[in-house]
Ligand binder design. Structure first.
Ligand code: ADP
Ligand code: MG
Length: 701
């Protein structure tokens, strides 16, 4: 373990590595470029590129690549070797400033929602100086990775990172305006911090490969429930199996080498479900690191003959996987703006920032919802295992009382962190963290940060963080407008009004109870809170007038960029559902149906040959045969109907309508076809059943 810690960061080129290798001036220029203050000069870029190359080639790197995040939730990379010809016949290793800063890729096949036509398909990748270059080792070589933003020839954002970077700048500016009025004269930048918890499943590789649905879609499209699920809660935080801990240790070592401070690892609620979480960092770095974490989990699993499933809902009937995004703001002096301090009720700065979050979440529901809308996450939200599609904030009783007192000029006693007595003599009484009592809230204040729990396990946190930055930043800008107009004398009154008005107007969004309960769904409806249940309509919120206005005004996305993004995501929604439909039809026709028929034949034979055993015996078999035949008929019927719907969706030329059709016809068609498949699995002789079952997948490793 000592060795593992020693290698921490050895595969990542952090600021400290650069500082050692370049002049003070170059380093200063680099730091300014990280905050978006200036662009790197050609000279500085040249020096830095050289320093990075020296570092990387010493570690065996032969190639470099610009690494970026297109609109697919995956990453992309294009490799080039460092080799350059010289006038003599020798080849040398070279990495120019130009190659570091900017790459050109003919990336016409990435989804772009119509922003680039194929004849002008060039895209540029631009180095994101605020994220770290790193190297990845594989068995036969080493590659240097340069984290980049991906933009079109004409400068439009084509990736998930650009909007995040834009909103990080925006929320920094707006937070600083508020801080200045409140007396902070020294901070120069406010960072968006992000800590991402990643859930995933592990299954045995041979079982994964024996299931085309897992292979092609990441989830089981059929499968009868195992006799046991998660009801005994014997997996959650349970003892980690030897095989899994070996895998986890490998993941940690790999991540530590890449300077990713992986900290928490444990079993999750569902069988064979796990979680990993690193320490938080600046949002764009945390988001890049999350991509690396996902890739490392997947890669390492294979080495252990396992496959990691990052899908939001690989198995029906047991919990799906989320990605909790812990979001906060901190000054460049390291002060967390959501830290309540010793006495939150007198901490006006803290209360103003919390008020801004309350107001933003209530006003901009559509943004939070579209940011979490995918065909895959639809299976998870609202399933009594994840937050419903309604958004509410958990503040905790203490903070709620404080806001209520301010808004309605009351003086209710604030129960400062309730005491918990464990009634066991040897354990001391401890103060329960007021912020951490509720795990069912989609947007929970957890002591010194907000935790957004709706995002799905395969999503990129960049989108979520960008949206939160945009909407909270917008509200902060309005507060700043008011605060900047206040005189020294009126300031306390203005502050009070801001906090009181925010709470009075938006307290319907605060809910401290059980967010998974049916009562809450009813109560939320009474409060008039929106609930966009499926992704087809949730995605469309991206191009709602109000949302477009906001994203444009604050410079997160132009109208054209938003429309393009909507198109790309909507197309993806339709494509994913179409692939799932075709996959299940294939399996049903070529595997499940023949299994059913074989079993039916066996039964029929049996009935014919064994009439000597008497009527009662035969009757049982006949009933079973009838059941098999009924399910075979149902399966054929559903296959035909789903085939028809796939074509209908395909032939629909309007994208909005296509997504609606996909939701209405393919989602329901997939569910309908699953029923006879699962029924057959329950009765067909194991010998004829060619798939690993839920018991195999969830309990064997
Ligand atoms: P839980 O499972 O109770 O939600 P974890 O400890 O698993 O808690 O995860 C909490 C996450 O929040 C970690 O990734 C941690 O780094 C992150 N976090 C803590 N403080 C901050 C902060 N100020 N800003 C952003 N993320 C934070
Ligand atoms: Mg959490």
């Amino acid at each position: 373990m000592e060795n593992a810690m020693k290698s921490f960061g050895e595969n990542v080129f952090r600021d400290s590595n650069l500082k050692k290798r370049v002049s003070k001036d170059v380093f200063k220029e680099f730091k300014a470029s990280q905050l978006g203050k200036t662009e790197l000069s050609k000279g500085a870029a040249e020096v830095i590129a050289n320093a990075i190359k020296d570092w990387a080639t010493k570690r065996g790197a032969t190639h470099y690549c610009h690494w970026f995040q297109p609109l697919t939730d995956l990453t992309a990379e294009k490799h080039d070797s460092f080799l350059e010809p010289t006038e003599s016949e020798e080849l040398i290793y070279k990495f120019s400033g130009k190659n570091l800063i900017k790459g050109e890729s003919d990336a016409s096949s990435f989804p772009n929602g119509g922003l680039r036509s194929t004849f002008e398909a060039r895209g540029y990748t631009i180095w994101d100086t605020s994220s770290y270059p790193f190297i990845r080792e594989n068995k036969n070589g080493v590659t240097l990775y340069i984290p980049t933003a991906f933009i079109s020839f004409t400068g439009e954002a084509l990736d998930k990172k650009v909007p995040l970077l834009r909103t990080m700048k925006y929320i920094s500016e707006q937070s600083l305006r508020v801080l200045r009025v409140l007396g902070n004269k020294t901070s120069e930048h406010v960072f968006n911090t992000l800590g991402v918890e990643q859930e995933y499943f592990l299954v045995k590789k041979d079982m994964f490969e024996a299931r085309d649905d897992l292979l092609l879609t990441g989830r089981t499209l059929f499968g009868a429930s195992a006799p046991k699920g998660q009801e005994l809660s014997d997996h959650y935080f349970g003892k980690i199996k030897e095989k899994v801990i070996n895998f986890m240790s490998d993941v940690d070592v790999e991540l530590w080498k890449l300077g990713i401070p992986s900290k928490t690892r444990h079993n999750e609620v569902a069988p064979n479900q796990f979680e990993v979480a690193p320490l938080f960092s600046v949002a764009n770095l945390a988001s890049d690191q999350n991509q690396i974490i996902m890739e490392t989990i997947e890669k390492t699993a294979l080495r252990h003959d396992l496959v990691a499933l990052l899908h939001e809902k690989p198995f029906a009937g047991v919990n799906g996987s989320g990605k909790h995004n812990n979001w906060s703001l901190a000054t460049d002096e390291g002060k967390n703006l959501f830290s309540p301090g010793k006495d939150p009720k007198t901490n006006t700065q803290f209360l103003i920032f919390v008020a801004a979050v309350i107001e933003a979440v209530d006003r901009y529901y559509p943004m939070l919802r579209y940011a979490t809308a995918t065909a895959t996450n639809d299976h998870r939200l609202g399933g009594h295992e994840a937050p419903p599609t309604i958004i509410s904030i958990f503040l905790g009783d203490e903070l709620t009382t404080i806001f209520n007192n301010i808004a309605y000029k009351k003086d209710a006693p604030v129960s400062e962190s309730s005491k918990v007595n464990l009634s066991v003599d040897v354990l001391p009484t401890f103060n329960m963290d007021a912020g951490d009592r509720n795990r069912t809230s989609p947007f929970a204040f957890t002591g010194n940060k907000f935790e957004f729990r709706m995002p799905g396990s395969s999503s990129t946190p960049a989108t979520t963080a960008a949206v939160i930055n945009a909407m909270v930043g917008k509200v902060l800008s309005e507060y700043a407008d008011k605060l900047e107009k206040a005189t020294e004398k009126s300031l306390p009154k203005v502050i009070n009004e801001i906090i009181a008005n925010s709470y009075k107007k938006h307290h319907r969004i605060i809910f401290n109870g059980n967010g998974y309960s049916d009562e809450w769904v009813k109560e939320a409806r009474k409060r008039g809170l929106a609930s966009e249940e499926a992704s087809n309509t949730a995605l469309r919120k991206m191009i709602d007038k109000d949302v477009l206005e906001l994203t444009q005004e604050i410079g997160m996305l132009s109208e054209q960029e938003s429309i393009a993004r909507y198109n790309a995501y909507a197309e993806r929604y339709v494509t994913q559902l179409s692939i799932e439909s075709r996959t299940l039809i294939n399996i049903a026709n070529k595997n499940i149906l023949p299994s059913g028929i074989k079993f039916a034949n066996l039964l029929a034979d049996h009935i014919e040959k064994n009439s000597k055993y008497g009527k009662a015996f035969i009757k049982e078999q006949e009933e079973l045969l009838k059941e098999v035949l009924a399910n075979i008929t149902a399966l054929r019927k559903e296959v035909k109907s789903l085939e028809k719907e796939i074509n209908r969706v395909k032939n629909e030329s309007k994208l909005d309508k296509q997504t609606d059709l996909a939701k209405e016809k393919l989602v329901t068609g997939l569910e309908a076809l699953r029923v006879p498949c699962d029924n057959l699995e329950k009765i067909v002789d194991e010998e004829f059943w060619n798939f690993p079952t839920y018991t195999d997948l969830l309990f064997k490793l």
